[in-house]
Design a protein. Sequence first.
Length: 483
Amino acid sequence: MESNSKNSKLIQFISYFLFNLYVIYGLISGYILITSDAFIPFSLALLTMDFLFLIAIIFNRRVISLYVRGFLVFTLAVIFLMVQDIFSFLIALFLIPLILYSLKIDNFKHYKTKFVSQILVLIFMATIGKMYLFINQPSPSSIAIEYLPDKMSAIGLPTPITEYYGLFITTAHGDILIGPLVFLVLFAASALLVENYHLIIPLYMKSLKGNNRVMGGIVSSGYGVVAAMSCQCESAIALLPAVAILLLNILLIPFFILSLTLLAFTYLFIMRYYNLGKPNLIVKPIRLKTEFIVAIILLLLLQGFLPLILLLRQYDNIIYFFVYGMAMILTGFLFGDPIAKFFKIKLNMIIILILFIGAIVTSLIWFLPSFTLYAYESPLNYSIMSYTMFLSGFLIGIAYEGSNEHLGVFFLEVFSVALGIIPIVLYYYAFTNGYRIWNFWSLNDQIVISLILWIIMLPIMWLITQKSLYTASSKLYITPYKP
């Protein structure tokens, strides 16, 4: 084992040496050209890559080294695919197989599925986030590197926060747009997401083999991927005025932090609690009396705000419009759940499905343009529509508590995922294509509200996922996971 570890470190050090030799030769020979204003960001990017190589070597037998090596393979493969000349091909022919061979020597648990999963996640995030573009074009050298903010300002576009201190890499076969923030989110989100799934799936597989079957938990534990998906570049940024860019920048920072934080806490909770069948403060049931009090206070606050919103005609403000509706769903759930619990309501599958479908339909019509226009046109219509959202939450609360624990968590999770998909669809439909779903609101308003709604849904989906994970683990004997 010790001999394998030393061989792996040696192989990784050789790959580290080859990478730096490639860069040094490129700079000396003119194979790599860098504009003067891009020199410092490039130097920092190079130091970051070297730092990743060293992390993989120093923490050789730990799981972090596996994900670092996977990330390095992805990054190097994208660069070499963009360049596509014999020199880069020869370097890639040695460099990438060396890193892969070091993984085989170390023989991490599930390293093959983890590596493939990470690469697929990275491809998905980078493609959706428009971080690279394959296109045949003239290039002053094999690799030309410019300072991204200067490149964007030169073509008359504002710079989003995701591109601050970034690099615009041009080759004969494509472009790469990357900034430090995007780089960090790509690595952290892909590593945490893959590791979480390799913890979650065995837990659910054990549950499916037992008497108490638990569904759900897998779909909605993908929060974090969208953080990198929100990194849009030139074509999308061109759609927005400077004021919208400023607001978008303010929203993106908490969006990134929240996404990665929730992924990290899921990992910690699985390791410290769910793998041992232990509860934590997040999943402990709320007392019936407390839930009723919270629901009543929330409803009174919302009803107090409603006349004010209507009086000031803020109901046609897109933020008030949708955030108020989401709050009404939560209020309805907080009423429906304790009522079903108090009366000990137990329902058969057909009634549960009817309630579930009713909850989905009454929540989604809020976002359909014809119904949204109906609510937008008058205060009375808006008041009526807000109670459809309350009804939606109430129905899912009854369905959740009226079914058995495992099935209830599943329906609640599917419901939250359905609501969580809406801001993603809205974001990409508006941001990427430049289309407005609602003609009575501006494009930048619709982009901003999509991020706000996603920030709201992330913790809700996360909380429901924690409940689902604990419901599965509490009925099973789960041995501690060893990465």
